[in-house]
Design a protein around this ligand. Structure first.
Ligand code: CAA
Length: 246
């Protein structure tokens, strides 16, 4: 039986590319989506099936610990234990700090950071016991360098890598790796929602002078989940066209 990979935010721009790629690479992929996206998830599943990708979908609010417990137990029953978890669910609520409301801060911390605890906590012990596991946290260049208007997002994305480095240490002797991928500006609905002039100014500052493609993030995920990448752990892999180097 194929190993199971769970992709949170699996029907989004980057998530979809990850689901396609891991399915092509032989994983049994389960794409998580928010409960409010039931119809969108069904047409997503049908469209991908039409292209030859058989991908399961499952609703769950990743900011809710109990719902994550239910999701992972349903996946275990239907498909088997999760061997690779890609924490990709994320939202933005951009506002300059002086105008940021507590609700905008909390929403981003809940969905982008607390979700990593909520979902990973459900699969972690199983991975340790199995002696194999892969956790990939999809962070952002803006977690590494901050960004005007993104105090909430930058804090959550930086926090993800803190979790990664700790999981890397706790999983190392058990065959379980944890890594972060930090995309730059990738062509998805999230970046297209930005004001055109702001986005264009950012893209002009990227050394490669273009946005990334979701498939370029999926390629990094495929590399890190591979069995042959078992000696890489605790890394933060930038995929950002040269926008930030450290
Ligand atoms: N650095 C310094 N000053 C800046 C600035 C910057 N990067 N951007 C804007 N300013 C200045 C402006 O010049 C302006 O100055 P004045 O008041 O003196 O005229 C002031 O700050 C207000 O700027 P805005 O008009 O932009 O303010 P706003 O309230 O209309 O918009 C904002 C605020 C929506 C947050 C907007 O600044 C913005 O869109 N910022 C970019 C946020 C961003 O990069 N989001 C990424 C979303 S995609 C994503 O997150 C994926 C990923 O991982 C990369």
């Amino acid at each position: 039986m194929n190993r199971v990979a769970l992709v949170t935010g699996g029907i989004g721009g980057i998530g979809t590319a990850i689901c396609r790629r891991l399915t092509s690479d032989g994983w049994r992929v389960v794409a998580n989506h928010h409960p409010s996206e039931q119809e969108a998830a069904q047409s997503w599943r049908n469209d991908l099936a039409g292209e030859g990708f058989e991908i399961a979908t499952i609703a769950c609010d990743v900011s809710d610990f109990a719902d994550c417990e239910r999701m992972v137990s349903e996946i275990a029953t239907r498909h088997g234990p999760v061997s690779a978890l890609i924490n990709c669910a994320g939202i933005t609520r951009d506002k300059t700090f002086k105008k940021m409301e507590a609700s905008q801060w909390n929403a981003v911390i809940d969905v982008n950071l607390n979700s990593v605890f909520n979902v990973t906590r459900q699969v972690w012990e199983g991975m340790l016991e199995a002696g194999f596991g892969r956790v990939i946290n999809i962070s952002s260049v803006n977690g590494q360098r901050g960004q005007f208007g993104q105090a909430n997002y930058a804090a959550a994305k930086a926090g993800m890598h803190g979790i990664t480095m700790t999981l890397a240490q706790e999983g190392a002797s058990k065959g379980v790796t944890a890594n972060t991928i930090s995309p730059g500006y990738v062509e998805t609905a999230m970046t297209l929602a930005m004001r055109d002039d702001v986005r264009e100014a950012i893209v002009a500052s990227v050394p490669m002078r273009r946005m990334g493609q979701p498939e370029e993030i999926a390629n990094a995920v495929a590399f890190l989940v591979d069995e042959a990448s078992g000696y890489i752990t605790g890394a933060n892999l930038p995929v950002n066209g040269g926008l930030f180097m450290h």
